[in-house]
Design a protein around this ligand. Structure first.
Ligand code: ATP
Ligand code: MG
Ligand code: FE
Length: 338
């Protein structure tokens, strides 16, 4: 079966073609309008999706060397995400399905981040534990089957991606700051500064205290030395220290959950799983703990249509289709019943 996958939940407009579980194209239009605002501006995001959706789908079809009449079903992100952004992808998918008389498939964006592991080998065996770390979520999920997921722990305040992006904002870096912190961290000393570790019970996370302490730390440094951040070495050391702490918070809870649940198939997913510090430290930890680890390819970490298409393919196999009355939802749990 040939599936067109559409992603429009936040600030990436993406379309992918998947044939029998193989990805033939995955086109991503990034929005640059948000850079100077320090975060995604919802109204601007919806407008950019509206402009990008047709060219993105068109390119995905061209690159896959198929014809639009070859598409057997269309999968789209129903949520969670920004409602105005989700409406663009949902409306496009419904119109396309209606025009071509093909089935419509709703996909949960957080499930899709995890199901990105089924795009290529090696694919994890069920059950596995997935640390999903993205711009809006930080979750430990027990994945029992493609669409059978249990939430084990989550953040009680900011997401890991938010912790990166908000720290970057304090450092006067543009949005999204996660990749930039990663870049500077590679050249810095992770032990230069010791940022606090939150004391949260169980498998939950918290990042707001860390964010505040970074803000106070930078304000203090700048009051002592106004050009503190202009010095490259300082910036690199601060970035390396921030990244080290965020990664240690994530891996500590993941280790705790893996031990408690006695699971050694461990995966990471979501935009922050592109972080080089997290990937490196996870590989070290896996050796120590005897885990089979699954780390997505870079292009399948941040938002992409391929993960929606592959999730759609697995729903297509079950003939799990949506009706034309479907509407997007801004909040939608990863463990919702199907
Ligand atoms: P959600 O999936 O929770 O709805 P989202 O779709 O906006 O949120 P993603 O696209 O999965 O999130 O991930 C974007 C986030 O990933 C941003 O916060 C970005 O800073 C972060 N990110 C991307 N690359 C890196 C990196 N190399 N290091 C750290 N963070 C990164
Ligand atoms: Mg994004
Ligand atoms: Fe996402």
């Amino acid at each position: 079966a040939t599936i067109l996958g559409i992603e429009s939940s936040c600030d990436e407009t993406s379309a992918a073609i998947c044939i029998d579980g193989k990805i033939l194209s995955n086109i991503i239009a990034n929005q640059t309008v948000h850079e100077k605002f320090g975060g995604v501006v919802p109204e601007l995001a919806s407008r950019a999706h509206q402009q990008n959706i047709i060219p993105t789908v068109h390119t995905a079809i061209l690159e896959a060397k198929i014809h639009k009449n070859d598409i057997d079903a269309i999968a789209f992100t129903r949520g969670p995400g920004l409602l105005g952004s989700l409406l663009v992808g949902t409306s496009f998918a419904k119109a396309f399905a209606l025009a071509k008389n093909i089935p419509l498939i709703e996909v949960n964006h957080m499930q899709a981040h995890i199901l990105a592991h089924f795009i290529e080998d090696p694919k994890p065996a069920f059950p596995f534990l997935c640390l999903t770390v993205s711009g809006g979520h930080t979750q430990i999920v027990l994945v029992k089957d493609y669409f059978e997921m249990q939430l084990i722990g989550q953040t009680i305040d900011d997401a890991a991606g938010e912790a990166f992006d908000k720290s970057a904002k304090v450092l006067n870096l543009p949005y999204p700051g996660g990749p930039l912190i990663d870049k500077f961290a590679k050249l810095g000393n992770p032990d230069a500064y010791n940022f606090p570790e939150p004391q949260i019970k169980g498998f939950d996370f918290s990042f707001s205290g860390l964010k505040t302490s970074i803000l106070y730390f930078i304000q203090q440094k700048i009051s002592e030395q106004s050009d503190f951040l202009e010095n490259e070495n300082n910036l690199q050391d601060v970035c390396a220290s921030i990244q080290k702490r965020i990664v240690s918070i994530l891996l500590k809870k993941l280790t705790l959950a893996a031990k408690e649940l006695k699971i050694n198939n461990i995966a990471i997913a979501g935009g922050v799983s592109a972080n080089s510090g997290l990937r490196k430290d996870l590989i070290c930890l896996a050796e120590k703990e005897n885990w089979n680890v699954f780390i997505p390819k870079f292009e399948y970490c941040t938002d992409n249509g391929a993960m929606i298409a592959i999730a759609g393919y697995h729903k297509y196999l079950k003939q799990d289709f949506a009706s034309q009355e479907i509407a997007p939802i801004a909040r939608w749990a990863v463990n919702h019943s199907q």
